[in-house]
Design a protein around this ligand. Structure first.
Ligand SMILES: [Zn+2]
Length: 306
């Protein structure tokens, strides 16, 4: 599943290409992926994209006609934008999400679930091998009533700003700590992954944040003071910022829209997927354990259990 930095990277890439585009036609290859009532379909054709936003890992594409498309990529979703008549490898094109060769294939293909065509003949493909991802159409005021969006904890900072804010707001720290304190007997790893406590931290940034704050992931929240919780949020945030600034992609090797490959974890990860390697801080061998049902990477010397 893409983590928040990758979804933010997708948001930035789509915002650059989609804002002010007029939707000409929508082809649906898989109804399960396109949760739009047949009555609502009419709201799409001819509508103009006003803004591309994000809340946690959901992309929010606002239309000028007061309707909004929500995209959730889940495990294997991809968005692939091709402008008209271009070669597949062209700097105006954009592809992100689950990294597969589909990014560089003729489209639509067997994984294409929905295809948007714009008035300038450019296209946006929603590909999803396993079909867990979805697109929904709601009236814009309805978006704020969607239960799972409503229940999300605060965003750490507004990652859509450029540059990304350096400081986390005092009100965000307070809300995070308040929500975390409701789970005093849970491990901090489980709590930092809980999207109702803080939005957008997945397994990578949980491990990176806990290493940065020198907290053992199995520590119970009640055994951590506010200063430690603040430090944890700060460390997770700085790891996410570095990831977005490096064009954050998924944990596997990624294929950039221009066909180049890279591995973004190498650019910033200190512990995640680095078991057997030395801790960058103290040189002790990083180990992999299991906490909150998730593979967890720690330095056993820097992150002692309290
Ligand atoms: Zn260490």
């Amino acid at each position: 599943m893409p983590e928040l930095p990758e979804v933010e990277t997708i948001r930035r890439g789509l915002a650059k290409r989609l804002i002010e585009q007029k939707i000409k036609n929508v082809k649906v290859y898989e109804n399960k992926s396109f949760l739009v009532g047949s009555n609502n379909r009419a709201w799409l054709d001819g509508s103009i994209i006003k803004d591309v936003k994000r809340r946690a890992k959901v992309l929010i594409i606002e239309l000028e006609n007061e309707y909004t498309l929500l995209f959730h990529l889940k495990m294997t979703g991809q968005v692939i934008y091709r402008h008209s008549g271009s070669e597949i490898i062209d700097e105006g094109n954009f592809a992100a999400g689950h990294p597969t060769g589909d990014w560089l294939m003729e489209l639509p293909n067997k994984s294409t679930r929905v295809e948007f065509e714009f008035e300038d003949h450019s296209k946006l493909f929603f590909n999803d091998q396993r079909k867990f991802g979805w697109i929904k159409l709601l009236s814009t005021p309805q978006v704020m009533e969607v239960k799972f969006l409503n229940e999300l904890g605060p965003e750490i900072v507004d990652f859509s700003q450029n540059p990304i804010p350096d400081k986390i707001k005092e009100s965000t720290y307070k809300e995070f700590i308040g929500r975390a304190r409701h789970h005093g007997n849970s491990s901090i790893k489980a709590v930092i992954l809980d999207q109702k406590v803080i939005a957008g931290i997945g397994n990578i940034y949980a491990d990176e944040g806990l290493w940065g704050a020198k907290i053992h992931p199995a520590t119970l929240v009640k055994n951590l003071n506010d200063r430690e919780l603040r430090k944890l949020l700060r460390e997770a945030k700085s790891s996410m910022t570095r990831s977005i600034e490096s064009g954050g992609s998924t944990m596997q090797t990624f294929v950039n829209a221009d066909g180049s490959r890279g591995n973004y974890l190498e650019l910033f990860a200190n512990v995640f997927r680095r078991e057997g390697q030395p801790c960058p801080r103290c040189g002790t061998e990083i180990i992999k354990i299991r906490v909150a049902g998730r593979g967890t990477h720690i330095c056993p010397k820097c992150q002692k259990m309290k």
